[in-house]
Design a protein around this ligand. Structure first.
Ligand code: BGC
Length: 490
């Protein structure tokens, strides 16, 4: 039987104790309060490229400043103040630039109902992640072109008009208006491109690349995917105050009174909005919180050190789909596989990111250990003639997966609670009580065996102590719906 005596396994388990979770909530809430008050001083951004050719060569502006010239960006205003009512009307193109997929949809809103008429999906593989910024946007424009063609051919969108579009951008963006913003450092393996297009105005480069290929698009709104999540859910549930996205990456948005914004943020809002609206939505960039607060094991430290951007997203590295399987792989490598010759290591487990989050989920979800082992070995076969994974080893692997995913669930719950106590205003309108609905979306929260329930249980436990009732409400396809809602209300 594999020894469970590794001290870092004990650290993983200790993170789940109510005492350390309480401390985590307090620490995160304090750093969120500080981030709300931090003075945000972005330097002058470089202009977007001014070419109008369809050349795919890099055309980065000459005066691009390195990411170090910006402060870390959290608590970013979305400039979404008009909130959805459910009475939105019209047909819109919705673009979802996700961490691993590009999706483009045609969405119609009519009289209290909404319809997704058409949806395409393209993987954002390593080849795409590493092209230069201008080429990426030209590629995006060409994908859009075929969808616009289908929408026009079906009569969903009138030909010859400027096509209304909303974009969900699953990366940090320093918004300057509801439909524009400076592209900030990108995680999720987009390191090269993030550097290349750093500081570009998303609206300018998007519209320009569309124009370059003859597409007339009217970019009405750009929203972060966490903002899209809250918008999508609010259309049908006005109690929603937090949007959570947990898939390849993690993030949360919050609905706060406009008066919560600091002076610098207020000064960047449209004065008309300040007069008309009482609330706005903030993109918290939750992924970046947790430095010196999260309880780390040596595996967390190793994962961070091996990342393109060490220290960039501590919270994300403990909870998101891109990273939890890598943490689990390190644990299996250092325990079950420690003394094995490399020839008998199951396929894939010896290479970075060789274990998939979906495999963890399948193994955890299988009650019969024999069957869990079969499923595991089907994905990670051993060389012929080599002993595979014994039942005892499989039990340990399953327990290790559970430990990593449970800690992720607990940390996510602590993050949500920190937002509820640190960022949401203490008094809610009469009638609302202290019930907070969190719109939740993303592959981990939606598909990982038992994950959502575990987050909800931690929320119940932690919330009870702080007098908050927090309810997770899964909202599917929110990046597409949210982009369309944002385009419709702006
Ligand atoms: C990005 C966020 C995004 C989140 C979820 C993070 O890595 O920084 O902007 O919302 O992933 O996709």
């Amino acid at each position: 039987m594999v020894a469970m005596s590794d001290p870092d396994l004990a650290t993983l388990a200790a993170a789940l104790s109510s005492e350390s979770l309480d401390q985590l909530v307090t620490g995160l809430a304090d750093s969120m309060v500080m981030a709300m008050q931090a003075v945000h001083t972005p330097t002058q951004p470089p202009p977007a490229p001014a070419t109008t050719t369809t050349s795919s060569s890099s055309s980065s502006p000459s005066n691009v400043q390195g990411p170090e010239s910006y402060l870390p960006s959290t608590m970013l205003p979305s400039y979404i103040s008009a909130l959805p009512t459910g009475l939105e009307k019209g047909t819109f193109i919705a673009v979802d630039v996700g961490g691993s997929t590009l999706r483009i949809g045609v969405v119609s809103f009519e009289q209290d109902s909404r319809q997704l008429r058409y949806l395409t999906s393209e993987p954002l593989d390593a080849a795409i992640r590493n092209i230069d910024g201008k080429s990426f946007f030209l590629w995006l424009a060409s994908q859009l072109q075929s969808v616009v063609y289908v929408a026009e051919a079906n009569g969903w969108i009138e030909e010859g008009i400027s096509v209304p579009v909303g974009v969900t951008w699953s990366f940090p963006l320093d918004q300057t208006s509801v439909s524009s913003g400076r592209i900030l450092s990108m995680g999720k393996g987009f390191a090269a491109m993030g550097q290349d297009i750093y500081g570009w105005d998303l609206r300018t480069v998007f519209q320009q690349c569309c124009k370059d290929i003859g597409l007339d698009m009217d970019l009405r709104a750009v929203v972060n995917d966490s903002v899209a999540t809250i918008l999508s859910h609010m259309q049908t549930d006005r109690r929603c105050k937090i949007g959570l996205i947990l898939g390849t990456g993690v993030n949360a948005s919050v609905k706060v009174p406009i008066t919560c914004l600091d002076e610098e943020k207020l000064s960047r809002c449209n004065p008309r909005d300040l007069e008309r609206y009482a609330e706005c939505i903030l993109n918290t960039e939750l992924s970046m919180f947790g430095t010196d607060i999260l309880p780390r094991t040596r595996w967390d430290a190793e994962l961070d050190a091996s990342n393109e951007k060490p220290g960039f997203q501590p919270f994300e590295m403990m909870v998101s789909g891109r990273y939890i399987a890598e943490l689990a792989r390190y644990i299996v490598r250092d325990t079950v596989l420690k003394f094995r010759p490399s020839s008998s290591v199951p396929a894939g487990l010896d290479r970075p990111y060789g274990l998939d989050t979906s495999t963890m989920s399948v193994v955890e979800g299988e009650l019969d250990i024999q069957f869990a082992r079969q499923q595991f070995l089907a994905r990670h076969p051993c060389k012929e003639g080599r002993s595979g994974i014994t039942i005892d080893e499989m039990k340990f692997i399953k327990a290790a997966f559970y430990a990593v995913s449970s800690r992720a669930a607990a940390v996510v719950a602590a993050g949500i609670l920190a937002l509820a106590v640190g960022v949401l205003p203490p008094s809610t309108p009469p009638g609302d009580g202290d019930e907070i609905v969190v719109a939740a979306t993303g592959s981990v929260i939606e598909k990982y065996s038992g994950f959502r329930l575990r987050v909800q249980e931690f929320l119940n436990l932690l919330g009870q102590r702080r007098g908050k009732k927090i309810i997770l409400a899964v909202t599917g396809d929110s990046s597409i719906w949210g982009a369309a809602v944002a385009a419709a209300i702006n």
